[in-house]
Design a protein around this ligand. Sequence first.
Ligand SMILES: NC(=O)c1ccc[n+]([C@@H]2O[C@H](COP(=O)([O-])OP(=O)(O)OC[C@H]3O[C@@H](n4cnc5c(N)ncnc54)[C@H](O)[C@@H]3O)[C@@H](O)[C@H]2O)c1
Length: 699
Amino acid sequence: MTAQLQSGSDNKTVLVTGGAGYIGSHTVVELIDNGYECVIVDNLSNSCYDSVARLEILTKHHIPFYKIDLCDREGLEKVFKDHKIDSVIHFAGLKAVGESTQIPLRYYHNNILGSLVLLELMQQYKVSKFVFSSSATVYGDATRFPNMIPIPEECPLGPTNPYGHTKYAIEKILNDLYESEKKSWKFAILRYFNPIGAHPSGLIGEDPLGIPNNLLPYMAQVAVGRREKLYVFGDDYDSRDGTPIRDYIHVVDLAKGHIAALKYLDAYDDNEGLCREWNLGSGKGSTVFEVYHAFCKASGIDLPYEVTGRRAGDVLNLTAKPDRAKRELKWETELQVEDSCKDLWKWATENPFGYQLRGVEARFSTEDMRYDARFVTIGAGTRFQATFANLGATIVDLKADGQSVVLGYENEEGYLNPDSAYIGATIGRYANRIAKGQFNLEGKDYQLTINNGINANHGSIGSFHVKRFLGPIIQNPSKDVFTAEYMLVDNDTDTEFPGDLLVFVQYTLNVAKKSLEIEYKGKLTAGEATPINLTNHTYFNLNKSHEDTIKGTEIKVASKKSVDVDKYIIPTGNIVDRDIATFDSSKPTVLGPKNPQYDYCFVVDENAKPKQINTSNNELKPVARAFHPESNITLEVLSTEPTYQIYTGDFLSAGYTARQGFAVEPGRYVDAINQKDWKSCVTLKNGETYGSKIVYRFS
Ligand SMILES: NC(=O)c1ccc[n+]([C@@H]2O[C@H](COP(=O)([O-])OP(=O)(O)OC[C@H]3O[C@@H](n4cnc5c(N)ncnc54)[C@H](O)[C@@H]3O)[C@@H](O)[C@H]2O)c1
């Protein structure tokens, strides 16, 4: 586990209810940016876990997540027991005005009961700071009063629909609670105006299930072709262009408003307590047509639209007076409607279906149903699919035309068994042996724990195969292509290697080509240099039945030149020929039930002087081909790397038997960190990027 995965950080922990949703997810980014730790509770009724997985990569932090309904007191209490909660930001709630008029009981039950249970637990666990997502809806039609536009916090409240009534009722509950125990509570009531836009990274944004209720998400769906045209409800208002005026606020500005409120509560006198409302708006009104034109400009598309009649309940102008927030919270909006449109367009084009992708499935791999231990499948239901785990960013399964072609365990327990042989895992920080576990870097000697004879193998005790990667970000950039990206924060406190390393593992599945590409990237975020050699340790079995060994598998490799090794599998300095068929041999080498046995580092080009720390831009060259006559499946392994280890799985155990799978592990030279000629290709210096690619292709 990385340091960040462990609790016990000094940072204050904020419980974010509804944190998988639109505004909550953006607020989590700002919270972590401001040094807070976050715990998310969400029942996923209007969101999905993928937003949290993306948040992990965006923030480089593990974010504990609980799928719990706030009305479930027992479930929610577990969160208060598991974490030392310092404050709560309460986003969770149903929010569709129209829907609330049809199912008011559900809105009252969900929003009010959920808030009551939460407040009761806060009282019980002595958590006093609470930021509440209220809404400009509580003002109702502020135009019914003279001089109330822009709307100040003093404007009399008068919601006009069940959704607004729930927000109003919760505000009242907070007021009453504060009056009853003034010194015990610090309540910030934030009345949002119209949040729009998305995170500029394009990784998180609004992902409405069903038909969007709001202008911007609706326009985005028209622009990406999911809806035919935009409906403008009335162009006969007394405004600049006849359409109603609203106060739109970029969701990142809104998220920052929560940090300002939390800091205000943090700094507020503990002996006093407070319950206070703040408008979060820009103070600038925009008409529907103005926003429409800004979005058309950002997207470069003239969206079709139709003006229809006014919508019941709509009024001319609802613009905020945000002066109180500016004065007291020292917060004001910084971004414009144009920024929102630009960021929304990036989100919409990069994620036209939001987080909901077809061909993606996930299942829990632990009994306690941990979200960060899910097995995620991409290309599900197609002729080529891949399943991965967060643990080790492991390839759990690959299925070509319905047949599994790799070894893998059913659950996480299998991978955590100390006897399991790195099956399917990402190997790091240093794949293959380091002689006696010793190396010298930048004038300093290092000693790794010996875990393989007299050597350190595959990263020794801090090996990546048992580290929990963050994410994944899953995308579906074109019909046949799926990507899954994992990230590992491997600080020097989590390993015997020097320096803080950030590692990305990006899997690209091409269904049409039946190929899986793996791209590795590594960068030091602290420290001068580290040894690095990353690869994947998938064991292939092309037999129809995986119960059987690899016998009968026919293989050929790019070159029979291999690093000569002593009895401890450490290089002698010579390159030798192995007895193995190459691509130009007339006959392949056939693997038998016991022989031949390989655990050798083959070299693609014996004359090459490998210096590159980043081979990603090199040509992808075939290094090995395997075929099994029984299944008729051919595997081709390609890579950008200078070597490839071939291992015939002669010591497989932990649920598997010897030779039940063979591995082809492209990477750098064995023990390169201790070999003068090869050292630079495994020494990553601060400021450089490590990189490499591997492809498994089936036919
Ligand atoms: N988006 C807006 O225009 C807007 C404007 C004003 C106020 N608000 C308020 O801000 C908050 C966040 O809004 P959003 O736009 O991010 O909405 P959202 O629907 O994207 O997020 C709300 C999240 O709460 C979760 N949730 C709902 N009921 C729950 C329950 N009982 N237990 C656990 N989780 C539950 C949902 O699954 C969802 O992930 C809401 O309270 C909303 O009323 C939103």
